[in-house]
Design a protein around this ligand. Structure first.
Ligand code: TYD
Ligand code: MG
Length: 456
C-alpha cells in the first residue's frame, strides 16, 4: 500500500486541501492550514460504522453486552493462564515486556504453536527472518506445526493478514511501522499509532493480540509509556537472564488480578512451567552464615520462599551507603531508622547492602522483619539458624504488623522443613503448626531478646 498523501486542513473553517498554501482558499484566513492524516474512512474505505466504533449499534444494553463476554481461550500453559487471569480474553491486547534475550519471542512462539492446532492464529515478526523463526521452532519441538508466519514489519500488511485469525502475535512493537506515519520505526509516534491500530483490530474483530515489547535499562518500555495505557494487559518478564528461572508478572490487567506470577524455567527445549515454585529461589547454605534469613513472600495465591541477605560493614564514607537489590531502597532507609529508634541498634556509621537472592523483585512489606533480622545478624556477625523463617511488616512506631496469608506462608515453610518462624503477633497461628516453633513479635523493642534466643 502506498503511503497516503497528507492533507491540509484549515484550523479556522475546517476546509481540506491537497496542498499547503499560505491562505485558506475557503475562508481566506492566513496561515491556518495544518497537515493532518486523512481519516480511515478515506484510506481503507471502511467507514465508522464498519469499524464498529460508532454507527447504528453505538448504544448497547449492559445486560446484553455481558451475556457474550468473557469466554476465555486457554493458552495451554497453566502458568501463563494464571497471570492472564484464566486464559486469553477475545478482543484483548496483551503487551509482553522484558529485557532483550529474556524469552519473550520464545514464550509467544511456544504459546502460538500450542494454539495453532485449534484456532486460526498468525505469528507476525518484524524482527527475525523466517529461517530464524523456524530454527527456534525446531528447538521448541514445533517443527511440524502448521503455524502461519508473516515476516513483515509493515503494520498495514499485518492488519490485512490478521483479519480472520483469532490470536495474533506481533514481535515486536518497536520494529513495526505504519505507512501512515512518517517517522522511523520505534519512534513514539510509530509505536503509539501501531498499538492503537492493533487495539482497534482486536476490539472490532474480537482477535486476541499479543505484542512483544522491549524494555529499556531503566525498566520502562522503550517507546512511550502511553503504550501501557492503550493495551488491556501488561505482562513483564523478570528475573536474571543468567539464572534459569523466569517470572512473568502482570502489572496491569483489565481482566484479572495483578499480583499473580507465572514461573518458568528456560531449558534447552524452551520455557517449561514451574508449577510448584515455592522453594526454587532458595539457596541452602551448608552451614549457617551471618546476614542470611529466609523469608516467605506471597505472590498472588502462592507462597514463595527466598533468601534475604544483608551485609553491614563499617563505612569509610560520611554518608554511608544503603543499597538494595530486589526491594525498595528508601524502605531500607526507613527500616534502619525504625531499628535505631525502637530497638536501639544504630547503623548510621555502617554501609548496609540488602539482596533478595534469585532476581525476584518483592514489593510487599513482608520483607521488613527478615531484612532487619538479617542486618542485625550481619552487624553482630552471628549466624541465624538455617531452618529459620520470617516475614512481617514493620511500622514507623516500631510495631510489627501482620501481613496477609500468614497461615499459608507458615504452612509452606513447615512443609519445606523450617522449624522456627519469627512473625508479627497477629500472624501467629491460633492452632500450633506441628514441627514449627513460632516466635511472635509485637514490637521491635522485643527484637533483641528474640535475636538472643535464636543465636543461642
Ligand atoms: P528470546 O526468546 O529471543 O528473547 P527475547 O525475544 O525476549 O529477546 O531468547 C531467549 C533466550 O533463551 C536466548 O538467549 C536463547 C535462550 N533459549 C534457550 O535457552 N532455550 C530455547 O529453547 C530457546 C528457544 C532459547
Ligand atoms: Mg525476541
Amino acid at each position: 500500500m502506498a503511503r497516503d498523501r497528507s492533507q491540509y486542513r484549515c484550523a479556522e473553517c475546517g476546509a481540506i486541501f491537497a496542498q499547503w498554501a499560505g491562505q485558506c482558499g475557503a475562508c481566506e484566513a492566513w496561515n491556518s492550514l495544518q497537515e493532518h492524516l486523512p481519516p480511515p474512512a478515506v484510506r481503507g474505505g471502511a467507514g465508522p460504522a464498519a469499524t464498529g466504533w460508532s454507527g447504528e449499534r453505538a448504544v448497547v444494553r449492559l445486560s446484553e453486552a455481558q451475556a457474550d463476554a468473557q469466554t476465555r481461550l486457554p493458552t495451554g500453559s497453566s502458568e501463563l493462564d494464571r497471570v492472564l487471569g484464566g486464559g486469553l480474553v477475545p478482543g484483548s491486547v496483551v503487551l509482553l515486556g522484558g529485557d532483550p534475550g529474556i524469552g519473550k519471542s520464545t514464550l509467544l512462539l511456544q504459546t502460538l504453536g500450542r494454539l495453532a492446532g485449534t484456532s486460526p492464529v498468525l505469528y507476525a515478526s518484524g524482527e527475525e527472518s523466517a529461517a530464524q523463526v523456524a530454527a527456534r521452532a525446531r528447538r521448541l519441538q514445533l517443527g511440524e506445526t502448521d503455524l502461519p508466519l508473516l515476516i513483515d514489519a509493515r503494520l498495514e500488511a499485518i492488519l490485512d493478514a490478521a483479519a480472520d485469525c483469532r490470536v495474533l502475535v506481533v514481535d515486536s512493537i518497536q520494529t513495526l511501522f505504519s505507512e501512515a506515519v512518517a517517522s522511523a520505526a520505534g519512534s513514539v509516534a510509530q509505536v503509539r499509532e501501531c498499538a492503537a491500530r492493533l487495539t482497534r483490530l482486536a476490539k472490532t474483530q474480537g482477535i486476541s493480540v499479543l505484542i512483544a515489547g522491549h524494555v529499556t535499562k531503566e525498566g520502562a518500555l522503550a517507546g512511550p509509556r502511553v503504550l501501557e495505557h492503550i493495551v488491556d494487559t501488561v505482562l513483564y518478564f523478570e528475573g536474571d537472564s543468567a539464572s534459569q528461572y523466569r517470572i512473568v508478572r502482570a502489572y496491569k490487567n483489565r481482566f484479572g488480578s495483578v499480583n499473580e506470577l507465572g514461573v518458568f524455567a528456560m531449558t534447552e527445549g524452551g520455557l517449561k512451567e514451574v508449577t510448584n515454585p515455592s522453594a526454587i529461589f532458595l539457596t541452602r547454605h551448608a552451614r549457617p552464615v551471618a546476614g542470611s534469613v529466609t523469608m516467605a513472600t506471597l505472590e498472588g495465591t502462592r507462597p514463595l520462599l527466598l533468601e534475604v541477605q544483608a551485609l553491614v560493614e563499617s563505612s569509610p564514607l560520611g554518608n554511608p551507603r544503603r543499597l538494595t537489590l530486589g526491594m525498595d531502597g528508601s524502605r531500607l532507609a526507613m527500616l534502619l531508622a525504625v531499628l535505631h529508634r525502637h530497638a536501639g541498634v544504630a547503623l548510621f556509621d555502617q554501609d548496609v547492602y540488602v539482596n533478595l537472592v534469585g532476581g525476584l523483585k518483592v514489593t510487599e512489606t513482608a520483607t521488613d522483619l527478615p531484612v532487619l533480622l538479617a542486618a542485625l545478624s550481619s552487624l553482630r556477625n552471628r549466624p541465624l539458624p538455617v531452618d529459620l523463617l520470617s516475614f512481617g511488616e514493620v511500622g514507623l512506631a516500631g510495631e510489627v504488623r501482620p501481613v496477609r496469608g500468614g497461615q499459608e506462608r507458615l504452612g509452606e515453610a513447615a512443609k519445606l522443613g523450617f522449624r522456627t518462624a519469627v512473625v508479627g503477633k497477629l500472624n501467629a497461628p491460633r492452632k500450633p503448626i506441628p514441627g514449627l516453633r513460632v516466635l511472635a513479635l509485637e514490637h521491635l523493642d522485643g527484637l533483641g531478646e528474640v535475636f538472643a534466643q535464636l543465636v543461642e
